[in-house]
Every structure is written in structure tokens, then in C-alpha cells.
Design a protein around this ligand. Structure first.
Ligand SMILES: Cc1ncc(COP(=O)(O)O)c(C=O)c1O
Length: 384
């Protein structure tokens, strides 16, 4: 599923003709292009916060630009981000990507970047306390599904609280909708739940499965990129460049994909496929009396194998327990499925597309059940 970029499935005919028609006309002109305007217009229509749109080269670049705008606008150096949330691989968001959260995940990260990053648990009370104590935090960024496209779901109500706290503390709120954008609904999580951030990072589905990304945002924030707009004595306030941003090939596939998304049909079909898969997997787990849960929003699914999931929900388990599944269980599941022709996006999580047929889902469920049987016989999983 192209790391969750292919809501329309592989080689959707509209996307294929968009890219081939444009390739025949030319791949790149190093200037603005009508397709770029059409693509941006579709994003504006769908994503509520996207009063203005800027194109970038990837999801990593989208969060990097959004954070730069947020720092410039707030005039404050520090960002607040959440434990285990993934926002790409760049310097600004390395600390906190994975446990231990007080140590960068990589060598080569500047101490200054670490000092400017505050990693919080997804808990509104803790966020409120941190913001109260540290007035140099001017940016809040969040994976709106919860960490890793929802494998660790957010507590109910947290995003609304973040909106309120950001306003109360003059912080810029960034929703990272690289995965949820166009998947949680055609307008992402923000349209579905009507919680509107200041800036939104997008990639994956927004390009129709080609390399690229976008930042959308309210006009007052995006104006910092405008060379005619003076901000704190600078024109523009924020520098942003990039050779291939919004190039015609990607603009063509992005516009083609979003025209489909706008109809609501891709979401309806992909969500139905995922629901069929989730309930089928739940049934398999129950029938084999294996301790665990199957969950996920929209067209995603996550499997948890272990004790403590109440009524099929992982809400009260906490991140450490969800992430604490033993590596041999993760590998057994992934390899067992692969041997049976099913490859998931992560070890025990994945996404569906509008192209998945009932037969695809049935094949996946069969592979899941056979793999689980094997894991039971090897005593890798516990009984409920
Ligand atoms: C929520 C989120 N943000 C940012 C990124 C980074 O995007 P990219 O891999 O296009 O740089 C990802 C990638 O998976 C993501 O899931």
C-alpha cells in the first residue's frame, strides 16, 4: 500500500493517465504550472485549515517547513511533541521519535536541537503543566491518529484540548496529517472532528502516490512565505525553496487522486474493506481464544497480541505495553503472513485501499488464521 500513500490502490487509471499525459508534455519547467494551482485548489477545498498551500518534497519536508513557520510566527524556539509520534527523519523531530525519549534516536543531532524539543506523553494535564512552566514553547505538533497511524490511540478529547492550550499559550498548533489526511475522511481528521489546526503537514495520498508533500495553513501563518509580506522586518519572514516542489508530474497525479477523493468513494470503499478485515481478525482471535485485540480507525488496522486488552480495546493499556510486544511475536506474524502471500505495512498493522476486494480480504484472513495457528502451536501467543 505504498506506505499508506495508495488510498486508490496501485495504478489507478486516472493516476496512470495523469502521469503519462504530463510526462509526454514535459516533466519539469522550474516555474509555476497550471496543474500546481489546480492541485492546491483541491487541497483548499478538502482540508479546512488549508487557506493557503505550499508544496514540498516529502512528508519530512512538510513537518520541517511547518515547524519553521511556527517558530518564526511565535518567535519562540521550543517545540512540544509527543512520545513515539513520527514526523519524518529530520533534526527538529528526532528527539521523542522512539524510547528512551530523553535521548536522540540518531547520532549527529545537535545538542541545541535536543534542548529545543520537549517530549510529552499524550496527556492533556501534563501538556498544560509543561506549557505553564515553559513559556518558550511556541509550537505543538502531533500525529493526530496517535503514534504510528494510531497503533497507540490518543485519549479521547486530547486534540480539542491541544487546540485550546495552544491558543491559551500563544503556540502554533500543527496537525501532522501525513497519514490521516484524505484517509480519516476526504478532509482528514480535522474535517471529520472539526478541530482546526493552524498548520497541517500532508504527504502520501496528497500526491496520488508520487514523491512529494504539502503544507496547508491559515492565511496569517502562510503569509510568512509571501515575499511581498513583511514580518518582523523581513520579506519573506520564512525562506523556503526546493527544486522539485510541486513539479508537474506530481501535481498531475495529486490532482487526479484528489478529484477521486473528493467524491468520498475511495474512503467509503477502503473503510468498508478495513472494517471487514478488522471484524474478521477479531473473530479469528476470539475463536482461537488468543489474548489480544484488533482495532484501528478508517482504513487502518492494528493487531495487539497480549494480555490486558479490555473488551477488545487497547485504550487503557498505555504505549509501553502496546509497543512491548516481544520481537519474536512480531516477526512470527509478519513472516507467517508473508509466506502466505500477505505483506503488511508494519509488523502487525496496515492499511486498505479502495481497490481491495472481498476476495483479497478473505485471503488475508485465511493467512492470518493459519499464521496464528502456527504461533499457537509454537506457544508464542497466550490464551485469553
Ligand atoms: C505522520 C507522518 N509524518 C511524517 C512522515 C514522513 O513522511 P516522508 O516519509 O514522506 O518523509 C511520515 C511517514 O511515514 C508519517 O507517517
Amino acid at each position: 500500500m505504498g506506505s499508506a500513500s495508495l488510498l486508490l490502490g496501485h495504478a489507478h487509471p486516472d493516476v496512470v493517465s495523469a502521469v503519462t499525459e504530463q510526462a509526454a508534455k514535459g516533466s519539469f519547467f522550474a516555474d509555476c504550472h497550471p496543474l500546481e494551482v489546480e492541485w492546491a485548489g483541491l487541497i483548499q477545498e478538502l482540508i479546512p485549515s488549508a487557506e493557503r498551500v505550499r508544496f514540498v518534497g516529502s512528508g519530512t519536508e512538510a513537518t520541517m517547513l511547518a515547524i519553521r513557520i511556527a517558530r518564526a510566527y511565535s518567535g519562540k524556539n521550543k517545540i512540544l511533541r509527543f512520545e513515539g509520534h513520527y514526523h519524518g527523519w529530520h533534526e527538529f523531530v528526532d528527539l521523542g521519535m522512539k524510547a528512551p525519549y530523553d535521548r536522540p534516536s540518531s547520532l549527529g543531532i545537535l545538542p541545541g536541537t535536543v534542548a529545543a524539543t520537549v517530549v510529552a506523553p499524550p496527556d492533556a494535564q501534563r501538556v498544560a503543566e509543561i506549557l505553564e512552566q515553559d513559556s518558550d514553547i511556541g509550537t505543538i505538533i502531533c500525529e493526530v491518529s496517535g503514534a504510528n497511524y494510531g497503533s497507540v490511540p490518543l485519549p479521547f478529547g486530547l486534540l480539542g484540548e491541544l487546540r485550546r492550550l495552544a491558543d491559551a499559550h500563544n503556540a502554533v498548533l500543527i496537525f501532522d496529517e501525513v497519514i490521516t489526511g484524505f484517509r480519516w475522511s476526504p478532509g482528514g481528521l480535522q474535517a471529520r472532528d472539526n478541530i482546526i489546526p493552524d498548520l497541517t503537514s500532508m504527504a502520501k495520498i496528497v500526491t496520488g502516490g508520487m514523491p512529494g508533500g504539502a503544507v496547508g495553513g491559515r492565511e496569517e501563518f502562510m503569509a510568512l512565505l509571501d515575499p511581498t509580506h513583511e514580518f518582523r522586518g523581513r520579506k519573506p519572514g520564512v525562506t523556503h525553496k526546493g527544486t522539485f516542489n510541486g513539479n508537474p508530474l506530481v501535481a498531475a497525479t495529486g490532482a487526479a487522486a484528489l478529484k477521486q477523493v473528493k467524491t468520498g468513494e475511495p474512503n467509503r470503499l477502503a473503510d468498508a474493506a478495513a472494517e471487514r478485515l478488522r471484524s474478521g481478525m477479531r473473530k479469528v482471535i476470539e475463536e482461537h481464544q488468543v489474548a489480544g485485540a484488533v482495532y484501528g480507525e478508517a482504513s487502518t488496522f492494528h493487531v495487539y497480541l497480549g494480555e490486558g486488552a479490555e473488551n477488545g480495546s487497547v485504550e487503557d493499556l498505555g504505549a509501553e505495553k502496546i509497543r512491548g510486544i516481544a520481537p519474536e511475536i512480531l516477526y512470527a506474524m509478519r513472516n507467517g503472513l508473508r509466506q502466505r502471500g500477505v505483506d503488511l505495512m508494519s509488523h502487525m498493522s496496515g492499511v486498505t485501499s479502495m481497490a481491495h476486494s472481498d476476495a483479497d480480504i478473505d485471503q488475508t484472513l485465511e493467512a492470518f488464521e493459519d499464521t496464528l495457528r502456527e504461533m499457537i502451536s509454537e506457544q508464542l501467543v497466550g490464551r485469553a
